[in-house]
Write a protein that binds this ligand. Sequence first.
Ligand code: F0G
Length: 467
Amino acid sequence: MHKIKIVQEVNLPNASERLRAIRDAGFNTFLLRTRDVFLDMLTDSGTNAMSDRQQAAMMVADDAYAGSESFYRLEDAVRDVLGFQWVMPVHQGRAAEHLLAEAFVKPGDVVLMNYHFTTSKAHIDLAGGKVLELFGPDALETESSNPFKGNLDLGRLAKAIAEFGPERISYLRMEATTNLIGGQPFSLQNLREVHAVAVQHNIPLVFDGSLISENAYFIQQREPEFAQASIPEIILEMMNYVDIFYMSGRKSAAARGGLIATNNKAHFNRILPWLPVYEGFATYGGMSTKEVEAMAVGLREMTAQSVASSSADFIEYFVNRLVEEGVPVVTPAGGLACHLDARRFLPQVPQAQYPAAALAAAVYLTSGVRGMERGTVSTDRDAQGNDVLADMELVRLALPRRLFTLSHIEYTIDRLKWLFEHRELIGSLRFAEEPPVLRFFFGRLEPIGGWAESLVAAFRADFGNRF
Ligand code: F0G
């Protein structure tokens, strides 16, 4: 329910150029330059198409260090859409995670959650806390028909509270459409039940709403109680169960920034003093006022049915077409991306030799499509320096909101089909340079053997030199 008003030219380098580019990037798609990328499916973060109204709002931004009118427009949007009185802008989602960890996590504490996200875990670890994930029995199964694999397991929650005691639990964190297990949502019923337990033990419930509109859309589509409810109604109903809300504004809200919001003044006051220390004054929080304006409009727009569904419906098409072609993907389709299951795609690559990273590189080599490794490379080593094998080995092909057309998706499906037919050509990777923290960002890898050259040779034999 939109049309294209501004376009950006993209370039499709041929297979030999792609081989050079991925070598220069240390077989890490994060280190590719976008001039070498045809379709950028690395992330949906900060890459969504903005609306004309968002761009227009940016032109009336009120640049002031303190008391900016742009902030008050954001505050109004948060009050209307989410129902929270107290709002803090932050420069992006991980800044909210940092402030929450600073204010709530003490050394020796635990934070309970449905599933971790890389940056949320990093900030909790740095504050001396520990993350405990309480996902359900089939959350990690890549082939599933469970509509709510993001649900938090109530039995495991009761056990964790009994084991640690509420006083050692900083907070409970519910992530809307759990990023690392394939964008899988939780149900409203699950949120209600988790909230009831949190209230009983006086544990704050923190909601990561970076993909809130997509989780609301899945609730509407998959939870019969809400089949007739609108997206704004579902969002407000969810917020009834939340003590502290935070989000990256770079996803559902299609801007670049983030926020923390609550109706609990005591929680707000506990976080607020740290805001100017790490981010900026309370009315801009490290964001440009232009982005504050864009986020205010984006928050309102994400509640439109056609916006909340825009990337989810494309992802569903993408996933279902690949299932038809026999290409292993995470099912059911979730938010943010289509996820290839590298373990099933590449059974010949041992997990310690990074199948998801190898597959991400192979996808780029055959298509110019840039995805992201979400597997063992994205999991840091333990305190003893051992590799920690990830729960899942995924290649994420993210679909930023309103950015691609269906022909982009069809092109990608076509190339993935070819790659799957030639999957035996794909080999292993090892680290050449490995940073000590969040190694997936800057780590450099190298293929074991000459498989990248063989894959490119097979591709050129079929497609010629032009592609
Ligand atoms: N929470 C979730 C669920 C996220 O997906 C992200 C970011 C963050 C928090 C951190 O927000 O990037 O604004 O600092 N996810 C991005 C991604 C990076 O590519 O999935 P941020």
